[in-house]
Write a protein that binds this ligand. Structure first.
Ligand code: FES
Length: 143
């Protein structure tokens, strides 16, 4: 029979590993630790001007836009999926990697201007290492 303190120690060790793995997945590894912590994202405005900035893994594309003063993204609700003023068009090659819209996002997009099949609310796109090089376009008008 195992001693209870040994079993508890193993269980705690597994719990800590699970939490750390989750943190790495969500926020990226420490510098030098493997997974990138930042990715390049290009925002192309409605006039065709491209701006490439770095987005932190674990943040959202909307937060990346706001931190870098990207025009044409108002994000009035701060990312609560309640305003539809962070509307972007995801470039065709990135649709699969950015994932599908949630039902809440679908409902909120009803209030967005000029919605297209590749429309997303960028507060709902979490920056992940796989999104290195992501390209999104902004509409001429929000809301
Ligand atoms: Fe309001 Fe995205 S910031 S819906």
């Amino acid at each position: 029979m195992r001693r209870p303190d040994v079993a508890l120690g193993r269980k705690l060790k597994q719990m800590v590993k699970t939490v750390l793995d989750d943190q790495i997945l969500r926020y990226g590894a420490e510098p030098g630790g493997g997974a990138p912590t930042k990715v390049k994202i290009t925002f192309v405005d409605s006039k065709g001007q491209a701006r490439t900035v770095e987005g932190e893994v674990g943040s959202t594309v909307m937060e990346t836009a706001r931190r870098n003063d990207i025009p044409e993204i108002a994000a009035e609700c701060g990312g609560a999926c309640a305003c539809a003023t962070c509307h972007v068009y995801v470039d065709a090659g990135w649709l699969e990697k950015t994932g599908a819209r949630s039902q809440m996002e679908e409902d909120m997009l009803d209030f967005a201007f000029a919605v297209e099949p590749n429309s997303r609310l960028c507060c709902q796109i979490v920056v992940q290492p796989e999104l290195e090089g992501l390209i999104v376009r902004t509409p001429a008008q929000q809301g």
